[in-house]
Design a protein around this ligand. Structure first.
Ligand SMILES: [Zn+2]
Ligand SMILES: [Zn+2]
Length: 360
């Protein structure tokens, strides 16, 4: 961890330039692409709060290091991005954009679905496909993972708003897609969706951050195990010593009872010390939204039938032109996105975890 707390693991990098440009656009700025850098024109008030000129250039750190002056570096650990994130935290920029594609796949969905999904005691039949539209929300969150050390960084979580499924790999794929930003400030996400997103962020975000901070989690687990082992060893030695002293004789019955009581208390004391360790090395992760990007996009709706014995259920899958992949299907029972499914006796399309459960 460096001085201002940003983790710099390589695999932690998200497209901060993309985030920065969205931030500027959401605040009425104009962004023009110039190779690796972007020219930014900001309204005066925004420039003032950000502490920049109205016109400036941003670029990735490599470009700035190469000695071009007047280019603001946009990297996770720069004060400039830090300032943007602080401003974003006060009122997270909510940007809207329509995704533009030159080409979207029109056939071959049967094979893609066969390869991508696993079917438990069932098979799938693609009935027809059709052009459709769907909505995604990309939420950029600043996370703080607190344990014996603190780690901070950004994560992006993408949710298909039509289904509630988390879309893996969406944020990475997005930087190559043309976006037409829409400037009016309509509210596009309803209260119920906001609630769903909150749940998704706290559940999926935890998993995501722990994956990202793999080495951090490992190191905390290692320290926890090390300290637990030495606690075990310490209390074991203590107990042995106390028992030996008792065995030597020559002590009054009162004192012997007192010592026996002390020995009996050791397990509880050890358990309490272990709980302290768990608190020390356990990882608490908090999220603060830094930005939200609402996307509308063309997609392909694939109408399919899941057949299991005599039972069948028709449902719709979504082909996502950003990830060039099928979006996960949402389990009818638990609501999680899944690439494995089966049909329960009550004709729910269920993920493997839910298939064995009884449902109403
Ligand atoms: Zn499920
Ligand atoms: Zn069911």
């Amino acid at each position: 961890m460096n001085s201002n707390g940003y983790d710099q693991d390589r695999h932690e990098q998200i497209d901060v330039m993309d985030f920065a440009c969205r931030f500027f656009k959401a605040r009425g700025g104009v962004v023009e692409e110039r190779g690796l850098t972007r020219d930014i024109l900001l309204p005066e008030a925004v420039a003032q709060t950000l502490g920049t000129d109205e016109f400036f250039r941003v670029g990735p750190e490599e470009v700035v290091v190469q000695g071009r002056s007047k280019v603001h570096a946009v990297q996770l650990h720069t004060p400039f991005l830090d300032r943007m994130l602080t401003l974003a935290g006060e009122s997270p920029p909510f940007a809207r954009a329509e995704l533009k594609f030159d080409y979207i796949k029109t056939q071959g969905f049967d094979r893609l679905i066969e390869n991508r999904f696993q079917f438990h005691k069932s098979k799938i039949r693609v009935m027809k496909t059709g052009e459709a539209r769907t909505r995604y929300l990309i939420l950029t969150c600043r996370y703080t993972a607190q344990s014996d050390e603190i780690k901070q960084g950004l994560v992006e979580i993408c949710v298909n708003l039509e289904t509630g499924a988390v879309i893996p790999g969406m944020a990475q794929g997005l930087s190559h897609v043309q976006k037409e930003f829409i400037l009016d400030k309509g509210r596009e996400v309803n209260e119920k969706e906001v609630e769903t997103i909150g749940t998704i962020v706290s559940q999926y975000g935890q998993v995501l951050v722990k994956e990202r901070l793999g080495s951090f989690v490992e190191s905390m687990n290692r320290r926890f195990n090390r300290d637990t082992a030495s606690l075990d060893a310490y209390y074991q030695a203590l107990e042995e010593e106390m028992r030996q002293n008792l065995g030597r004789g020559g002590i009054s019955p009162d004192l012997a009872r007192e010592r026996e009581e002390k020995i009996a208390m050791i397990p509880a004391e050890l358990a309490a010390k272990k709980k302290d360790l768990l608190n020390k090395y356990g990882i608490r992760i908090e999220f603060k939204p830094a930005a939200a990007l609402y996307l509308t996009s063309a997609c392909v709706a694939v109408f399919a039938r899941l057949i299991s014995g005599r039972n069948s259920r028709d449902f719709t899958l979504t082909y996502n032109p950003v990830t060039k992949d099928m979006d996960p299907v949402v389990c009818h029972t638990c609501g999680a996105g899944t690439y494995a499914m089966g049909l329960c006796p009550n004709l729910h399309i269920s993920c493997p975890d839910c298939l064995g459960l009884t449902c109403g």
